[in-house]
Design a protein around this ligand. Sequence first.
Ligand SMILES: C[S@@+](CC[C@H](N)C(=O)[O-])C[C@H]1O[C@@H](n2cnc3c(N)ncnc32)[C@H](O)[C@@H]1O
Length: 216
Amino acid sequence: MSEQPSATDPRYAEYLRARSRGEDDFLRSLKVAAREAGLPAIWIAPEQASFLQVALRAARARAVVEVGTLAGYSAIAMARALPENGRVITIELDPRHADFAEAWIRRSDVGARIELRRGAGTMRLAELAAESADALFLDADKASYTLYLREAKRILRPGGLLCVDNAFAFGRLFDAGAVDGEVAAVRAFNEELAADRAFEALIVPLGDGLWFGVKR
Ligand SMILES: C[S@@+](CC[C@H](N)C(=O)[O-])C[C@H]1O[C@@H](n2cnc3c(N)ncnc32)[C@H](O)[C@@H]1O
């Protein structure tokens, strides 16, 4: 057995992507339409969607919260892993992204399970009740991740899942020249979560690195 993480070799990434089922024709069409509408193509990878679905099903999650909707790709993928009465609350700051996502969520097969809330993640998370979420997915402004982590401890139930994208800082984690706000914020957050005893967590090397943790 090797201790080297082979999944960082692009061939392994392609191999496992081809064997994951997180994406279907609807989600592929959503991405095409989002690009045509000029939205940034920064949604999660199909294999990350697949991983989130498996994790949510394993946890029997019903109440999921997401910060960072963009086009609705991950919200729709996660909602598909919930029972009929499950709910994804997804939070988006940019009105153009929110408008696009709402239209596609409505025409998806899980529109009734998704509620889009507009505004800043910090504001909207503060409105949620303590221990009301089975899972929280953070995928928005990295500078706020420390604040989001504080809210995660409050709104997740014990045993709830914490998932956070971009642990590899857009592939720039080890780039010494990358000292800008977002990369620096990711580095700081990674250290913070790695040391936080409130969670049992690790980085899963899928996509741009996905933090996956359980609230103790
Ligand atoms: C990486 S994209 C989300 C991708 C989405 N989770 C997916 O995989 O389909 C990040 C989104 O977060 C939104 N965002 C940025 N800052 C935010 C904030 N303070 N509160 C809520 N959303 C924010 C951006 O407008 C953008 O749509």
